[in-house]
Design a protein around this ligand. Structure first.
Ligand code: HEC
Ligand code: HEC
Length: 196
């Protein structure tokens, strides 16, 4: 009886030690931790994978909020939620600061349609995208950079705010997209992906 109880206890201790070893702790450097992330998002700040956002030059505060939302499953989308599960606030902050220093994404080099650009400027005047996202669309504070973002991801993000599959940290974007159509999302995305 006693012998088997001890065996069980030792088994539990070993299991606990293995969990500790497997849990990424403070010993793991930010660079090590970001390596798998940047395999998807692009080491140089520009993503080459469909519907995976470029992260280069995003405001650190915007990144921190989004990482926090993934961890808390407020923005519930794989693989992000599993990858950030249990990561400490300090580590989220370190990751956000490191990512923000990556170079700005390279804009799509296929030609910008002048007609579509004119149409977008009219829409911007109406909906004031440049007021929050800043005049050159480089973002600020909690508002993301849009310039040079992947066209497919921009469309996905705008659709997500509209059909509530993407919850924002606050309701600003839900209000913005409310009167906009899918065809207008395509116009914004075409334009924003092609500017620096
Ligand atoms: C397998 C590919 C993959 C890996 C690995 C990955 N991501 Fe992501 N990430 C995505 C996708 C896809 C999205 C977009 C989710 C959506 O459509 O809402 C995303 C979204 C994000 C966003 C939000 C960007 C924005 O503009 O809204 C941030 C920040 C981010 N990831 C950081 C990270 C970090 C940090 C890691 C490593 C811990 C990581 N990602 C690992 C695929 C990946
Ligand atoms: C009142 C301020 C405000 C206005 C106006 C605004 N935005 Fe935003 N936008 C935000 C904020 C804040 C976020 C981040 C929300 C979140 O937490 O998901 C955001 C996020 C986005 C995203 C997601 C980008 C990413 O990397 O995940 C896109 C795309 C976007 N906005 C496009 C637009 C467009 C196009 C317009 C004009 C039609 C516009 N925004 C107008 C504040 C604004």
């Amino acid at each position: 009886m006693i012998a088997s109880g001890t065996r069980i206890k030792r088994g539990l201790l070993i299991a606990a030690a293995l969990v500790l070893l497997a849990t990424p702790g403070m010993t793991q450097s930010v660079a090590e931790r970001l390596a798998p992330c940047l395999a998807c998002h692009g080491e140089n700040g520009t993503s080459t994978m469909p519907e995976v956002p470029s992260l280069g030059a995003q405001p650190a505060y915007f990144l921190l909020i989004q990482l926090f939302m993934f961890r808390e499953r407020l923005r519930n989308v794989e693989p992000m939620t599993s990858m950030l599960k249990g990561v400490s606030d300090d580590d989220l902050r370190r990751m956000a600061e490191a990512i923000a220093k990556l170079p700005a994404p390279k804009a799509d080099e296929t030609p910008l349609s002048p007609d579509r650009a004119t149409r977008v400027r009219e829409l911007v005047a109406q909906h004031r995208c440049n007021f929050c996202h800043s005049g050159d669309y480089s973002g600020q504070e909690n508002v993301p950079r849009l310039a040079g973002q992947r066209e497919d991801y921009l469309i996905k993000a705008l659709r997500g705010y509209k059909d509530n599959t993407r919850r924002g940290y606050d309701a600003q974007m839900a209000d913005v997209v409310e009167p906009l159509t899918d065809a207008e999302f395509a116009e914004f995305a075409h334009y924003l992906a092609r500017i620096n």
